[in-house]
Ligand binder design. Structure first.
Ligand code: PAN
Ligand code: ZN
Length: 191
């Protein structure tokens, strides 16, 4: 039938977290994440001393339409801003009833999720762990390890990304390094 897309094959490199091939690549630096970390001064000083790529997304290109599935890997580099581990910006889906699956591929991290009603949930990620992010849950991932944290993700192609509310409110909890260990604490700046 005309208009039917051909199947795609890709390979996840379980060591580097790369998805091969990929058509879209996003790289986010600390300077793209102003206001998202607890320690603004620590962020400013890293940005002033040359900035740093925090994470990259490697994505296959599919039509951004209902029925298709976006699939990609995210690689978060190791590092901290003050005591706070490198993490993604985090978002609600623009179509809030769209869900998502994450599969841990390399390294260790957390997925933190929240609803607009103030529920919060964390899933500890490592290779093989699957996290199901149901409709209406915003999500962010955090690298708590000394090496990369990489995961594979699949979500409806018409979901869209809303970063605005998270930029305003943050997440209710933070994952900080305390005495050399990842520790979940309340976010004093939440809302
Ligand atoms: C993921 C994220 C990816 C980067 O593919 O988009 O990990 O995080 P941010 O989009 O929050 O910068 C996903 O959840 N897509 O819907
Ligand atoms: Zn998402």
């Amino acid at each position: 039938m005309e208009g039917i897309m051909d199947p795609l094959e890709s390979v996840i490199d379980f060591k580097s977290g790369l998805l091969k091939p990929f058509e879209n690549k996003v790289a986010r630096k600390l300077s793209d994440m102003q206001g998202m970390y607890l320690d603004d001064k620590a962020l400013e000083s890293i940005v002033n001393s040359g900035d740093d790529v925090v994470y990259k997304v490697f994505e296959r290109k599919v039509p951004l339409e209902e029925g298709h599935l976006v699939h990609s890997t995210t690689v978060i580099y190791p590092g901290k801003v003050g005591e706070e581990y490198y993490m993604t910006k985090g978002h609600f889906h623009t179509k809030e009833d769209r869900s998502e699956l994450y599969l841990g591929v390399q390294g260790e991290g957390y997925v933190i999720m929240q609803t607009k009603e103030g529920k919060v949930s964390l899933i500890r990620m490592k290779p093989g762990v699957v996290a199901y992010i149901p409709p209406y849950w915003a999500h962010r991932t955090i690298n708590i390890g000394k090496n990369i944290f990489a995961f594979f993700t699949v979500y409806p192609a018409d979901a869209g990304h809303n970063y605005g509310s998270i930029e305003e409110t943050g997440f209710p909890k933070l994952v900080l390094e305390k005495d050399g260990r990842p520790t979940i604490v309340d976010n004093p700046n939440y809302r």
